[in-house]
Design a protein around this ligand. Structure first.
Ligand code: C2E
Ligand code: CA
Ligand code: CA
Length: 410
């Protein structure tokens, strides 16, 4: 992988971004330098003769378009990639302008996930033609770097996520759930976060699906379970409060999963009854026969099961009745629009009624205001979760939240 003939110069007014990209280049064996000022950028360009340039478009002193124009005027032959972060139309225009000025613009490095595209930028064959110039779709062709070979970039991602697991970069936030009527604490849902060394924490939507495609999800679930059970057993050793954990279809087929979580419960002297595994409706219905067997095992060991995002899949009542769930979570898309949409109110109400007629507890997630809480109370929904009650918080902040709301005792 080492390419000593390459030299990468990065221009970004945020030195952290420069350093982050530099570290990725280092992994690819490419020497790099990072500058925060335009003046230093042009100085390095003259003196160090970089072969690759990564440029932030939005700089306090000069914008990327101007910088690219100057580069073109100086007859720069280096390959150029732009750091994204601004509106995509602005980016398109900037790239187009660079191409039209005759620069070898190769694409866009997305923030905050530069890994795959930085490597692709550095490793493109010298022979590989730069994006065609003057063609209407030139910019489209160049976007995003590494995206043209999605297997390659998925592979890089998986490697990055694997390292993130090894170096313990995943943390957990907890979102409280309350009993609608008494408005007292019922439990918490554990939600994973990826704390990258640079940048803000990443939400699961950015990485869960990739982890589900590889076996990494099994390890991630155990990591989340391990962290949250430690926190939960420390702070709520004997209350009736529950802990909900999201699991994926893949955890259902993993035969040892139930045994592993059971051992952890025993180690922390926690009754499995207090643990709720949330499986999304679509995961559970992927293979209903297999799910039936797996979910029954969970219940036999004493765990509770919740069917998550209910209303978004296409399960029939028959399928639902067959599976041994203890709770239904009405999908937040219906709940958060209930106040403004009579259709949403009808869906929420019929799911709550369905749950009750099957003897299941019902939770509405996505409760964002007082009116919504009042509505779900009025239709007899058992539990509520949402920003109106509290946002997901670190374990430490949860304890402050409880103290401020109810005093130190629950
Ligand atoms: P979910 O299980 O449906 O979790 C609820 C999501 O809704 C969370 O997003 C939460 O922050 C958000 N939310 C909570 N209250 C409100 C509200 O009032 N309004 C709105 N609009 N949103 C609200 P988050 O944390 O980004 O998680 C997204 C999804 O990622 C989760 O959806 C879950 O499916 C998945 N996920 C999270 N943690 C894990 C995990 O440890 N393992 C697995 N397999 N999936 C996880
Ligand atoms: Ca959930
Ligand atoms: Ca949900």
């Amino acid at each position: 992988m080492s390419m000593p003939q390459h030299r990468l110069l990065i221009l970004d007014d945020d030195p952290e971004v420069g350093r982050h990209i530099g570290l990725i280049a280092e992994r690819a064996g490419t020497p790099w330098r990072s500058v925060v000022r335009v003046q230093d950028f042009f100085l390095q360009l003259e003196q160090w003769q970089p072969t690759h340039l990564i440029i932030d478009l939005v700089m306090p002193e000069q914008d990327g378009v101007q910088i690219m124009r100057t580069l073109a005027e100086r007859g720069c032959r280096a390959r150029v990639a732009i750091i994204s972060g601004v509106d995509s139309r602005v980016m398109d225009a900037a790239m187009r302008s660079g191409l039209e000025h005759g620069l070898d613009v190769r694409g866009v490095i997305p923030k905050p996930f530069p890994m795959g595209s930085v490597l692709a930028f550095l490793q493109q064959d010298a022979e590989q033609a730069p994006v065609a110039m003057g063609r209407g779709d030139a910019v489209q062709d160049a976007l995003p770097l590494g995206g043209r070979d999605s297997d390659f970039s998925a592979h890089l991602w998986t490697a990055e996520l694997e390292r993130a697991l090894e170096s313990k970069q995943f943390t957990v936030e907890y979102q409280p759930k309350i009993h609608c009527n008494a408005e007292i604490l019922a439990g918490f849902e554990a939600l994973v976060r990826w704390e990258q060394p640079f940048g803000s924490p990443q939400l699961p939507a950015r990485f869960i699906h990739l982890m589900e495609q590889s076996q990494l999800i099994e390890e991630l679930t155990m990591e989340v379970f391990g962290q949250s059970i430690r926190w939960f057993a420390t702070h709520f050793p004997e209350s009736g409060i529950s802990l909900s954990i999201n699991i994926s279809a893949r955890n259902l087929v993993e035969t040892r999963f139930v045994d592993k979580v059971l051992i952890l419960c025993e180690q922390h002297s926690l009754d499995p009854q207090r643990i709720i595994f949330e499986v999304s409706e679509s995961s559970a219905m992927e293979d209903p026969t297999m799910s039936l067997a797996a979910l029954t095992r969970f219940r036999m060991k004493g765990f509770q099961l919740s069917i998550d995002d209910f209303g978004t899949g296409f399960s029939s009542m028959v399928q639902l009745v067959r599976l041994p769930f203890s709770e239904i979570k009405v999908d937040k898309s219906f709940v958060s629009s209930a106040v403004v949409s009579s259709e949403s109110r009808a869906v929420v109400k019929s799911i709550v009624d369905l749950g009750h007629s099957l003897g299941l507890r019902t939770t509405a997630e996505g409760v964002e205001d007082q009116q919504t809480l009042r509505f779900i109370k009025s239709i007899g929904c058992d539990l509520a979760q949402g920003y109106f009650i509290a946002r997901p918080m670190t374990g430490e902040r949860v304890m402050d939240w409880i103290n401020s709301k109810w005093g130190s005792t629950l």
